[in-house]
Structures are given as structure tokens and as C-alpha cells.
Write a protein that binds this ligand. Structure first.
Ligand code: HEC
Ligand code: HEC
Length: 238
């Protein structure tokens, strides 16, 4: 899903939320013919207790964000799933989108991504005015405290993606190298080819194709996939 559509949807949330409050207040004073306060009652599930507590609303928000993070990383598949870091990741990082995999970024990349996410959460949980209204009415976002932020970051960095040593990847005319560099550094740093064996790489690359589809990137063709897998096989770990 493109950024524009996400923005439009996000705006719709605000407008529907705002309109919901005024229409409910206004119509609440205009009982229907049989005297029932129908509109107020009809609005209740949407307004009461914050929309994000509604599983349907949460699912919709996650769907909206699906262009950002692919589904499929389940809590059980997290490394060290019962550690404090994994527990906090599940608690805070699934409020807006799918669970992020620690291996999606290198230890060097995570601090900047994290800072962006923490800022977002702090903004959405603390703002007054419209933000306060959004928080109360629609999306009560919880933000991690300072110590929790450190635990999450340490956990992500502890299980991060190992980046490639680009100079060690061979001369520039090595078959598949250019395509690998160009394709596999779009969403995260270029991964180290020794991370997986020649048998494992085809499976990982096929999962990345699904990620490309889920994250709205151009999906590599079959010949491109074979070229990248061929390159990775020659550089693979054992
Ligand atoms: C308040 C909502 C919200 C919360 C909570 C949130 N995110 Fe995000 N996240 C977003 C949005 C919006 C995007 C897409 C825009 C962007 O990348 O900044 C995104 C994108 C991402 C991406 C993909 C983009 C990239 O740079 O790789 C990752 C990874 C990510 N979030 C990790 C996390 C982690 C880790 C946490 C928990 C510490 C978290 N998010 C919590 C809203 C949120
Ligand atoms: C569209 C974005 C995107 C592109 C492009 C992409 N990846 Fe990924 N990559 C991800 C996401 C999301 C994760 C974490 C979830 C997962 O592992 O599927 C990830 C994780 C990884 C991991 C760590 C997990 C593991 O199984 O070891 C490796 C290695 C990796 N990618 C390799 C590649 C390679 C090789 C390419 C190029 C063919 C590539 N990626 C292209 C999104 C992408």
C-alpha cells in the first residue's frame, strides 16, 4: 500500500473520530420517533474505551501498515522469546504494525529506526489537543519508559542482521554481485552471504520475494532470483 493511501486512511481515522464525537453529542439530543437514543448507541462500540482496543480496529490499523512490515514473524519465532527484550518488543511494537524481526536490521541500523518509533509512540501517547483526543478516543498508544527502551534496543542489537563486508565480496564483475547489492539493500543493510549455507539461501531469498510483495517493492523475476541465489551459493557459509 502506498504512503498516500496510508495517509488518507490515517486522516479518515481522525475525521471519523472527530465527526463521531460531534454527531454523537448532537444526535444524542434528538431522540428518534420511538424515543430511543439510536445514534448514540450505534456509535458506542466505535467510541467507547478507545478504538484500538477493538480487535477489528487493530486489525485494520495493522493492515494499513502492512506495506511496512510483512506478516509472519510470530512471537514464538523470536530469538530468546521469553526474555524481557522479546516481551517488551511484543508489547510495544505490535501496536501499529506486524511484529518486527530483530534480524531485519543490523546493530548499526537499529538505533535510528528505534528512535523514529519511540518518538512516534511518545507523540501519540502524550499529545494534548487533537492528539489527546486521538489517544483517548481512537488509539491509546503506550510508549515504553527509558529503561524499557534500552532493553528493547539491546535485544534488537543482540539479534541483529550481520552486514556484508562489501570489499570482500569479490571483483565488481562477479556474476550476480551487482544484482545482489542492488536488490538486497533496499530494506536493510546488505546481508553477509556467510549467514546461510548454499542450501538455505534459496529458501531465504524466496521469503524475501514475499517480503517485497508485502512491502510494496518490485518483486524480482525468476531469472533475477536464480542469479542472486547463484551468487550467494558461491559465497555461502558452511
Ligand atoms: C505508533 C505506531 C508505531 C509503533 C508503536 C511502532 N511503529 Fe514501527 N512503524 C510505524 C510506521 C507508521 C511505520 C512506517 C513509516 C516508517 O518507516 O517510519 C513503521 C515502520 C517500521 C519498520 C519498517 C521501516 C524500517 O525502517 O525498517 C520497522 C522495522 C519498525 N517500524 C520497527 C518498530 C519497532 C521495533 C517498534 C517497537 C519499538 C515499532 N516499530 C513500533 C509505526 C509504529
Ligand atoms: C522488501 C524489503 C526487503 C528486501 C528487498 C529484502 N529483504 Fe531481507 N528482510 C526483510 C525483512 C522484513 C526481514 C525480517 C523478516 C524476515 O526474516 O522475513 C528481512 C530479513 C533478512 C535476513 C535475516 C533473516 C534470516 O533469515 O537470516 C536476511 C539474511 C535477509 N533478509 C536477506 C535478504 C536478501 C539476500 C535479499 C535480496 C534477495 C533481501 N533480504 C531483500 C525485508 C527485505
Amino acid at each position: 500500500m502506498g504512503t498516500n493511501r496510508v495517509l488518507v486512511l490515517a486522516l479518515m481515522f481522525v475525521v471519523v473520530g472527530t465527526a463521531g464525537v460531534s454527531i454523537t453529542t448532537w444526535l444524542g439530543e434528538w431522540p428518534t420517533a420511538d424515543g430511543a437514543l439510536f445514534p448514540r448507541i450505534a456509535m458506542m462500540p466505535m467510541m467507547g474505551g478507545g478504538m484500538m482496543h477493538d480487535p477489528r480496529m487493530r486489525a485494520m490499523m495493522q493492515e494499513m501498515m502492512s506495506g511496512r512490515l510483512p506478516p509472519g514473524i510470530t512471537p514464538e519465532r523470536l530469538p530468546d522469546p521469553n526474555s524481557p527484550g522479546a516481551t517488551l518488543l511484543i508489547r510495544y511494537c505490535t501496536q501499529c504494525h506486524n511484529l518486527p524481526a530483530p534480524a531485519m536490521h543490523t546493530a548499526e541500523e537499529w538505533p535510528a529506526v528505534e528512535a523514529r518509533m519511540f518518538n512516534r509512540m511518545a507523540m501519540m501517547s502524550g499529545m494534548g489537543g487533537m492528539g489527546g483526543m486521538m489517544r483517548r478516543r481512537m488509539m491509546p498508544i503506550r510508549a515504553p519508559a527509558g529503561e524499557e527502551q534500552e532493553t528493547i534496543l539491546a535485544y534488537l542489537q543482540g539479534h541483529a542482521l550481520r552486514p556484508a563486508n562489501v570489499e570482500a565480496l569479490g571483483p565488481p564483475d562477479t556474476p550476480g554481485l551487482a544484482l545482489f547489492r542492488q536488490t538486497c539493500s533496499q530494506c536493510h543493510a546488505l546481508p553477509d552471504p556467510t549467514l546461510h549455507t548454499a542450501d538455505e539461501w534459496p529458501v531465504v531469498v524466496d521469503r524475501m520475494r514475499k517480503n517485497m510483495r508485502a512491502m510494496d517493492r518490485r518483486v524480482i523475476t525468476d531469472p533475477e532470483r536464480d542469479e542472486i541465489v547463484g551468487f550467494l551459493a558461491t559465497e555461502a557459509g558452511s
